[in-house]
Structure formats: structure tokens, C-alpha cells
Design a protein around this ligand. Structure first.
Ligand SMILES: *Cc1c(COP(=O)(O)O)cnc(C)c1O
Length: 215
């Protein structure tokens, strides 16, 4: 077992009353997830559909599974029966597919829209302008858009990262006025979660600090 219990406890204490911890367990074995579950953790994040489906079948049913990776439309059906929150929704077509699969399962699935805040080219997500133009969302009755998710640049430049978080928080605040269901701002990972919380995050996704580095 390789989870870091002391770090887990200190992060839980640090986040108390400020942010929800999603423990990112991608690539890590079910034994590690079970060990953290035994400490009281219930929210876990995964990036790969097949891996998530396998783990869900083998672990306790009261785990709340967060899908945090890039989701392909043709794979939504595999996670729709049980997924708790989909973080990285980055297109209207994907929203429509999630809505369709949620309906088939008689569910309403909570989603976060991914916003492109990093200056790097590779990050997925909506731009601020695209978010303002999202029409027709209210007609999708089986999804519930509860907030935004973003990833800052992988950068040593703290000011740059902080500015990206500030930008996302400001978009979140603006959209919250129009969308009363908005309550979750998912930003911050192992390397930048402290700063993310200072800038208004209320959900952090932490992997390597808790489970050790991924190979
Ligand atoms: C892997 C991943 C994380 C966790 O990253 P760490 O640096 O290990 O904490 C968080 N968010 C997303 C979207 C990820 O893919």
C-alpha cells in the first residue's frame, strides 16, 4: 500500500469548510482506493472510462465517482449508470450525449463545464465567449450543470497560474448570477491547490500528493 495517510489527514484538515477533496486515483490499484475509503474518503476521481468501470464494480457502492478526464461521446454510456459528477464537459455535443444516456438510466447527471484558462494550446475546454453563447442547455432535462472546472498552466510562474485561477473565478461569479444551480468551482491539483483555494476554488482534485507519483 502506498497511500500517504499523514498527508491525507493534513489536507483534509486544511480543506475543512473550504473545499471538497476529490482523491484522484487514476492508474492506482483498488487496494489504495479501499485504504483511503477506510480513512473516510468517499469522493474519488478517475480519467479513463474502462478503468473507472472496472474499479466501480470492485469497490464499495457509496463511493462518489468523479470523471475528470477527457470524455469521448461514445463512452458516456458506460459511466452514465453510476457517475456522480462529470468535470470535463467541453462541448455541446457531449452535453447532449450525457443528457441522452442519463435519460436512459432515469438519472439526472451533474456536470461541470470545462473552461479553457491555461495559455497552453493543449488544454480542452470552452472559451469565455463560447460559454456565454451556450444556448439550449436548459432544454436538456437530464443534466444539471452545477459549475465550472479548469486547469491552470503547468508553469513555474506563480503569477501566471494565479491569474488563470482568478480569471476562472471571475467567469464563475458572472455565470452564477444567471445560473442559480452553479455551486462548484473545481480547480487545483497537487501542485497548485493551495493557490486555487486562495482564489476561490471549492473543489480540488489531488492525486500524486495522496497516492504517490504516477509512472
Ligand atoms: C491527474 C489529474 C489530476 C491530479 O493531478 P495531481 O497532480 O496528481 O494531483 C487533477 N485533475 C485532472 C484533470 C487530472 O487529469
Amino acid at each position: 500500500m502506498s497511500i500517504n495517510i499523514a498527508v491525507y489527514r493534513s489536507i483534509i484538515e486544511e480543506l475543512e469548510g473550504k473545499a471538497t477533496l476529490v482523491a484522484v486515483s487514476k492508474i492506482k490499484p483498488v487496494e489504495d482506493i479501499q485504504a483511503m475509503y477506510n480513512l473516510g474518503q468517499r469522493d474519488f476521481g478517475e480519467n479513463y472510462v474502462q478503468e473507472l468501470v472496472d474499479k466501480e464494480a470492485r469497490l464499495p457502492k457509496d463511493i462518489q465517482w468523479h470523471f475528470i478526464g477527457h470524455l469521448q461521446s461514445n463512452k458516456v454510456k458506460y459511466i452514465a449508470p453510476f457517475v456522480h459528477l462529470i468535470h470535463g464537459v467541453d462541448s455541446f455535443n457531449l452535453l447532449k450525449e450525457i443528457n441522452k444516456q442519463a435519460a436512459k438510466n432515469n438519472r439526472i447527471i451533474d456536470c461541470l463545464l470545462q473552461v479553457h484558462i491555461a495559455q497552453e494550446e493543449t488544454k480542452f475546454g470552452f472559451s469565455e465567449n463560447e460559454l456565454n453563447e451556450l444556448k439550449g442547455i436548459d432544454e436538456l432535462k437530464n443534466i444539471h450543470i452545477v459549475g465550472l472546472m479548469g486547469m491552470a498552466s503547468f508553469s513555474e510562474d506563480e503569477q501566471k497560474v494565479r491569474n488563470e485561477f482568478k480569471q476562472l473565478k471571475s467567469i464563475f461569479d458572472t455565470l452564477s448570477i444567471q445560473h442559480s444551480a452553479f455551486s462548484i468551482l473545481s480547480m487545483g491539483m497537487s501542485g497548485d491547490y493551495k493557490m486555487a483555494i486562495e482564489e476561490g476554488s471549492n473543489m480540488v482534485r489531488i492525486g500524486s500528493l495522496l497516492f504517490g507519483a504516477r509512472i
